[in-house]
Design a protein around this ligand. Sequence first.
Ligand code: NI
Length: 178
Amino acid sequence: MSATSRTIAQLGAPVLRQIAVAVENVKAPQIQELAEDLFATLADTEGVGLAAPQIGESVRMMVIASRPTPRYPSAPLMQPTLLINPSFKALSEIREKGWEGCLSIPGIRAQVPRYTKIAVSYVDSQGQSLQLTLENFIARVFQHEYDHLDGLVYLDRVENNRDIITEQEFQKLIAGGR
Ligand code: NI
């Protein structure tokens, strides 16, 4: 078994609009292989997270791997983490707008409201149940990936079309330090 970097589904692909199913047997070879492929596929990109539906598998699994990249220059560095059957609850009352993009929707960025602090529960690749508290950018990445498991994309959460800009304009914005 070797990890394969897979093609990323693009907006319009039906798999991105399906409700993904829970993983029943974490130790199943096809689940372990899917986990490897998620890591390998994300490593090939400048993204900071990837959900299984984005590589064509409608299963409740995601990888979050925040790190500074040209797409997200000020992202904090964290160990790439696999989350199986994740759930979360908001620990902040308010949601804050921040910039997001998506490997399945190239060329644009938008401001999306997200909870700034969340409590996450998930199962790891060994079948262990774990909890995490996530804040700010990493909480945002999690909520973005979580939406993919429910057939949502970040554009569904944009409050105003004026919050959507092109990647090119986004690059100008961050070069200007905003
Ligand atoms: Ni995405």
